[in-house]
Structure formats: structure tokens, C-alpha cells
Ligand binder design. Structure first.
Ligand SMILES: Cc1cc2nc3c(=O)[nH]c(=O)nc-3n(C[C@H](O)[C@H](O)[C@H](O)COP(=O)(O)OP(=O)(O)OC[C@H]3O[C@@H](n4cnc5c(N)ncnc54)[C@H](O)[C@@H]3O)c2cc1C
Length: 380
């Protein structure tokens, strides 16, 4: 691959999967294929071939598959919805493990979902059952099991606020155990699970509210759309519809016919600056743009700025760099890097580099990527 704009996951080079290993995976119940391209498993629709792909449709198969691969020290890449992954054009020299479990179970006060359950199906089912709490996270692509990985969030809510516990496979010891959210290091678009092969999420449990009302609505854009006051609780279905409407307007609900959604969602996280850093950046912005209102939000470790605002003000408008480019900023949202149909990973990475460097040159802020980057040796 070309020079990466950002650090990538470590590419572990090792002996490739053997015919014997393939047989063991099949005996464990995995569906094994050797003709899978990562472009077909990811929402950015880029990424070269996987050496092998083992699809696991039950939790026991998933656990056995990972135990076999880990004890044989085979490089693995866990993929569920593929909506937060940017895999290089060389593909992945190892085994892609597809999480395809899908059971969802409602209990009084909480819902339990297997890791591969489609997240938005879980939200829709909860809303359908008259249960509140999850509705602000409507429309986020991907799986239930990946939600704690980067502590998914939208419209003022993070999954951390509703997570009851998570069942993990410890990939070092092979043990399976329930873990409370306090042990997951959940923060803004991060957790101890992100950029780590130490554990696999098998199930998640999320708290629900039984009175048919949403969690308090706080996000300004959402309260405005709903005509609600901050902190108001509304029928869950009404909040879900409003969230989906807002997300569609930004290309943030997957739609195969709309290239603005061929993305990994927001490509950069919103930068969080210390007071000292903020003062310097605000000065840079003022000298570049004059007196402007800079959107700022209080964050745990400082002040959060809007990456989308910085990108736009650095001169990268929606649709940048133009119609003929294979990878462009979404025409609906500057924070999404999109594949217009023929892009390769290299095109997306080149665009990411240009945007990152442009923002840094303009305002001195280094944007960090949100998706997990995977670079690997070419598959044999
Ligand atoms: C259009 C669009 C809109 C989006 N909007 C949002 C948003 O509003 N908020 C937000 O937070 N994110 C958003 N995202 C990002 C993405 O949808 C979420 O991060 C989602 O949770 C990823 O789930 P996935 O199953 O697709 O994970 P994948 O892309 O398959 O995997 C992502 C990472 O998690 C790991 N992983 C996956 N499953 C497991 C598991 N069971 N156990 C351990 N590790 C695992 C993978 O190895 C990989 O490192 C958006 C993406 C798109 C394409």
C-alpha cells in the first residue's frame, strides 16, 4: 500500500492458513471460503482479498473458531458489518472471521443481543416492543457486538449510557465471561476493545425503559426537529423517525443506491483540545478567518471542536475534490469520505491525507481517523 495517512493495525506476518487449518475450522462449524474480497464485506467497499474467510453463525462456532486460530497463532481480522473498517488494497494475509450470529432476546428491563445481530434491527425491535433508551442510536450501521468497540454515539447519546454488561471471549486465555461496562474503558469513540485483538464481544446487554418513552432528548438539532424542550421524553417511535430523517439527510443511513453512504460514516473524530491547545487553535482560526463563531463543546478532557466545521473552513467543501474523483467527500456531509463506485483503498487514503494535512496546515489541528485501518501483506 501507499504511505498511510495514519497508523494502521499491526500486520502480523506468519505462516498462512494451511489446508489442515481449513479443515479444523470447517469441523468447528465455520463456513470457510477462499474467494472473498474485503471490498464485499465493508461499507466503504474497498479492500483486497482475504486469504480465508470463516463465517460463524453461532456463538459456539465463533468461540471455537477463534480458539483454533489463536492457538495456532494465525493472524485474524474480525469483521461484522464492516462499517468501521478501511482495509488496504493488498487485502488481509490471514483469516477473516465474520461474526454472523443474530439472536436477540428481550428480558424485563434489558435486551440481550448476540454480537452479529444487526444493530439497527435491535433498535427497531426495541422500539417495536415499546421499549425506550436505544432510539437516538437508530440508523447506525453495523452489528450490536461492535457498539462497545468504539462506544458508538449519535445525537447526544453513547452506547455506554445503556450498556448493562458484555460477554467477552478473552483471546489470550480462551475464557468466556461477562464484563461490566466499567472494565471496558469506554470513552469518546473508543474503548479497550478498539485497535486490540485481546477480546471478542459475544453478546451485549442493554438497559431498556418499559414506559414507551425515549431517553431524555438533549441534542439541539434533534430537539428542534421534534419541537421538544431539552430533556423531554417522547414516544420512542417518534424519536426514532426523527433521528432516521436527520441521518438520511446527511447520508448516514446505508443505501446501496446512494454513493454518499458508501463510507465508514464520520472519517475523523472530533478533536478534543486542552485549554492551552484550544487558545492556540482559536488564534490560528481567527487569523485565518477573522471573527467567526467556532462551534465548541465541553468534553471530558477539554473542549471538543467539530471536525466537519474545521474541514469545511479549511476549504474542503462537500463533494471535494469534484465529480470525477473516485473518492470524494460526501455531497451531504464533509466528514464522510465516500467511494463513488470505483475507488480503491489507495484513493480513500489519499483523500484522507489531503484533508488531514489541509486542516493541520490551516489551523494546526491534527485530525485522527475514526475507522479501524487494516494494512496487511498481499494475500498469497
Ligand atoms: C453510513 C455510516 C454511518 C455511521 N454512523 C455512525 C454514528 O452515528 N456513530 C458511530 O459511533 N458510528 C457510526 N458509524 C460507524 C460504524 O457504523 C460503527 O462503528 C459500528 O459500530 C461498526 O460496526 P460493524 O459491525 O460494522 O464493525 P466492523 O466494521 O465490522 O468492525 C469494526 C472494528 O470492530 C471490531 N469488531 C467487530 N465486531 C467485533 C466483536 N464482536 N468483538 C470485538 N471486536 C469486534 C473489528 O475487528 C474492527 O476492528 C457509521 C458508519 C457508516 C458507514
Amino acid at each position: 500500500m501507499a504511505e498511510e495517512p495514519v497508523p494502521t493495525e499491526p500486520a502480523i506476518r506468519n505462516a498462512g492458513p494451511t489446508a489442515q487449518l481449513r479443515q479444523r475450522l470447517e469441523s468447528a462449524g465455520a463456513l470457510v471460503r477462499d474467494d472473498v474480497a474485503l471490498a464485499d464485506l465493508t461499507t466503504l467497499r474497498v479492500g483486497g482479498p482475504a486469504e480465508l474467510c470463516a463465517t460463524c453463525t453461532s456463538t459456539s462456532v465463533l468461540v471455537d473458531t477463534l480458539r483454533i486460530l489463536d492457538s495456532a497463532r494465525v493472524p485474524t481480522l474480525v469483521v461484522a458489518g464492516g462499517s468501521n473498517l478501511l482495509v488496504g488494497d493488498a487485502g488481509f494475509a490471514g483469516v477473516v472471521v465474520r461474526v454472523a450470529t443474530d439472536r436477540v432476546e428481550f428480558q424485563p428491563g434489558f435486551v440481550r443481543a448476540e454480537a452479529g445481530a444487526v444493530w439497527d434491527d435491535v433498535v427497531a425491535a426495541a422500539v417495536g416492543e415499546g421499549l425506550g433508551g436505544l432510539e437516538c442510536l437508530s440508523g447506525i450501521p453495523g452489528s450490536a457486538g461492535a457498539t462497545p468497540v468504539q462506544n458508538v454515539g449519535a445525537y447526544g447519546v453513547e452506547v455506554a449510557s445503556m450498556l448493562r454488561r458484555v460477554r467477552l471471549l478473552d483471546r489470550r486465555s480462551g475464557e468466556v465471561r461477562w464484563v461490566p461496562p466499567e472494565q471496558l474503558g469506554l470513552g469518546y469513540r473508543t474503548s479497550v476493545l478498539k485497535h486490540s485483538d485481546a477480546a471478542l464481544v459475544l453478546d451485549v446487554e442493554l438497559e431498556t425503559r418499559g414506559d414507551g418513552l425515549s431517553a431524555p432528548v438533549r441534542y439541539r438539532e434533534l430537539t428542534r426537529t421534534l419541537g421538544a424542550t431539552e430533556g423531554e421524553r417522547l414516544p420512542t417511535a417518534q424519536v426514532r423517525d426523527a433521528v432516521l430523517g436527520l441521518r438520511r439527510g446527511k447520508g448516514m443511513v446505508l443505501d446501496p443506491a446512494d454513493h454518499d453512504t458508501w463510507s465508514a460514516g464520520s472519517f475523523f473524530t472530533n478533536p478534543v483540545l486542552t485549554d492551552g491547545e484550544l487558545a492556540i487553535v482559536l488564534e490560528r482560526i481567527a487569523s485565518a478567518l477573522g471573527a467567526v463563531d467556532v462551534p465548541q463543546f465541553p468534553a471530558e478532557r477539554g473542549t471538543k471542536l467539530s471536525a466537519g466545521w474545521l474541514i469545511e473552513r479549511a476549504g474542503f467543501t462537500r463533494g471535494y475534490p469534484g465529480e470525477d474523483a473516485p473518492a470524494r467527500l460526501s455531497t451531504k456531509h464533509t466528514l464522510a469520505l465516500t467511494n463513488r463506485g470505483t475507488a480503491r483503498a489507495r484513493d480513500v487514503l489519499d483523500l484522507a491525507r489531503v484533508v488531514r494535512d489541509g486542516v493541520q496546515a490551516a489551523f494546526g489541528v491534527l485530525l485522527e481517523p475514526e475507522p479501524v485501518m487494516v494494512a496487511s501483506a498481499p494475500a498469497r
